[in-house]
Write a protein that binds this ligand. Structure first.
Ligand SMILES: Nc1ncnc2c1ncn2[C@@H]1O[C@H](COP(=O)(O)OP(=O)(O)OP(=O)(O)O)[C@@H](O)[C@H]1O
Length: 376
């Protein structure tokens, strides 16, 4: 083994030229389609009519609060849960629903979870080999060592998991997940067990490995920044439903509702009533396109969209509190005609002292007006 390890490490087996799919071969990414899918654990619907088309080779993040159905969606894709109604298809072929349930091992999917799930009594190499049982042993070992080499851990092949740090263990888990060349990789909060610094580097490395292998990836996270850093597209979920699907930039610049706007930034929330395509507030008049006159609305203003100045046009306000947060200052401002306070995140805030009278302006691109929805 040591000989093989040396040869492999120096011989630079090309990670991109493996053989057949499921046998450490070249990855053939699969598209994954959820068509009107519902699911229940016996009580209310945990997934409520999900329609989702994931393109082959796409990295898609499932984003949402705890309990919104992200893991359930992943389990349905893996074949670990049956659908209640609707169908799940891979490359246009139904794998769940319509009386069909293809078992997980036949789907060509790889799984990776937050707790690494490495077997503690097996060496790192044996852990990675675990997914390659159909291969000739020598070929499997070469493929496993090549995958370990790709994540920079080939020299740990004979060690046991306890000898590795959390970040290293997660990289082993990544090597194990990709070595059988799955068509679809399903990852459930894969980085949440790591501290922030490690998380960033393991995440970046995982993303480059994903792009290199070309596998379709479905990644669960509750962290919007993580989703924005990784995803080609993001699915924002709430209570078993899809709230919005789009690129990071689409979700940020055009949130579908108050829930979506809140998810990507800290916001100030005001209430008002629409009048002829606009709404008047103590912070100014904002467009409310398509909302009928007289309809109650929620106005949402991102904290970084509030500009403060010591003089000039704007709404008069008084600095009540301020706190230095490193990259920005967080201000709390009292505004005449408004019951609550307005919060602003400002880069150059040192000159605005507590008690000072200032003016504030909300930048239009950070203001969103939504017809009131009882769910919010
Ligand atoms: N095994 C189970 N039995 C019964 N109910 C379950 C089971 N697993 C999940 N649920 C429920 O189904 C819903 C969706 O759960 P799911 O785990 O998919 O959400 P999630 O978004 O992944 O949450 P988290 O981020 O906390 O993992 C929740 O209401 C949850 O309580």
């Amino acid at each position: 083994m040591a000989e093989l390890l040396k040869k492999t490490a120096s011989g630079r087996l090309d990670f991109r030229r493996w053989g057949r799919s499921g046998t450490a071969g070249a990855t053939i990414p699969a598209g994954l389609t959820f068509d009107n899918v519902t699911h229940s654990y016996g009580g209310p619907l945990s997934l409520d009519h999900i329609n989702l088309d994931i393109k082959a080779g796409e990295v898609l993040c499932l984003l949402g609060r705890s309990g919104c159905g992200k893991t359930t969606l992943l389990r349905l894709a893996a074949g670990l849960e049956p659908v209640l109604s609707g169908t799940v298809s891979m490359d246009g072929r139904i794998v769940s629903g319509n009386g069909i349930h293809q078992p997980p091992e036949k789907r060509g999917v790889g799984l990776m979870f937050q707790d690494y799930a490495l077997f503690p009594h097996m060496t790192i190499l044996a852990n990675v080999l675990f997914g390659l049982r159909d291969l000739d042993p020598a070929e499997a070992e070469r493929a496993a060592l090549s995958a370990l080499s790709r994540v920079g851990l080939e020299s740990y092949a004979t060690d046991y998991p306890h000898a590795l740090s959390g970040g290293e263990q997660q990289r082993v888990a990544l090597a194990r997940a990709i070595v059988p060349r799955p068509s679809v990789l399903l990852m459930d909060e894969p980085f949440s067990g790591l501290d922030k610094r490690l998380r960033d580097s393991v995440r970046d490395e995982t993303l480059s490995v994903l792009k290199e292998t070309g596998a379709t990836a479905l990644v669960v996270t509750h962290d919007p920044e993580e989703a924005m850093r990784m995803a080609d597209r993001i699915v924002l979920m709430r209570a078993g439903r899809i709230v919005q699907l789009g690129t990071a930039s689409e979700l940020y610049t055009e949130p579908a509702d108050l829930f979506a706007a809140r998810f990507f930034a800290e916001v100030n929330e005001l209430e008002g009533v629409a009048a002829e395509g606009r709404v008047e507030t103590p912070l100014g008049t904002f467009p409310a396109p398509g909302i009928e006159a007289g309809r109650p609305v929620d106005i949402c203003i991102r904290m970084q969209g509030i500009e403060i100045s010591s003089k000039g046009a704007g709404t008069p306000a008084r600095v009540m509190r301020r706190r230095f947060l490193g990259e920005v200052w967080l201000f709390e401002l009292a505004v005449e005609g408004l019951d609550g306070i307005v919060r602003a995140r400002v880069r150059d805030g040192v000159d605005f002292e507590i008690g000072m009278d200032v003016t504030i302006v909300a930048s239009p691109r950070d203001v969103f007006v939504f017809a009131k929805n009882e769910d919010d």
